[in-house]
Design a binder for this molecule. Structure first.
Ligand code: HEM
Length: 127
């Protein structure tokens, strides 16, 4: 297999639609709005760059921002287990809305689930 997930799902256009669908949900989620900025334009722009490279496309995020250091970049935000689950649930719904086909949908969700697990930095009771 030489194809990347990025190419198989339709490249940047699909990533962009996925990220827009995702932040639409984040902006309405009561557990997530307290830690995200009101204006998600810049957050979405960076996430499109990041997920492009995460799924095998061009290294857009690194070109502009350097090494992602994702866990470190998330430390200012209290990410509890329930916030992690909220983030994943927004992503699961977005993957469905954009109609990404199997086996790519599950493969993407599994990778995102693993990475989301690494972002947790706060026990539930301290949120
Ligand atoms: C940025 C929350 C998981 C990738 C952020 C920001 C928050 C956040 C609050 C800052 C937004 C801003 O100020 O613009 C969360 C929560 C997660 C989570 C609650 C649940 C586990 C993930 C995962 C990924 C990811 C799994 C990647 C697969 C990013 C990227 C940025 C970001 C690329 C932008 C970093 C930058 O400023 O350059 N996230 N995140 N996040 N997140 Fe997450």
């Amino acid at each position: 297999m030489t194809d990347t997930i990025y190419d198989a799902i339709g490249g940047y256009e699909t990533i962009s639609a996925l990220v827009d669908a995702f932040y639409e949900r984040v902006s309405q989620h009561p557990q997530l709005t307290p830690i995200f900025p009101d204006d998600l334009t810049e957050t979405a722009r960076k996430q499109k760059q990041f997920l492009t490279q995460f799924f095998g496309g061009p290294a857009l995020y690194i070109e502009e921002h350097g090494h992602p250091m994702l866990r470190r970049r998330h430390l200012p935000f209290p990410i509890t287990p329930s916030r992690k689950n909220a983030w994943l649930s927004c992503m699961e719904d977005a993957l469905e809305e954009v109609a990404i086909e199997e086996p790519y949908r599950s493969a993407m969700f599994e990778r995102l689930t693993l990475t989301a697990g690494h972002m947790m930095n706060t026990p539930e009771e301290q949120k």
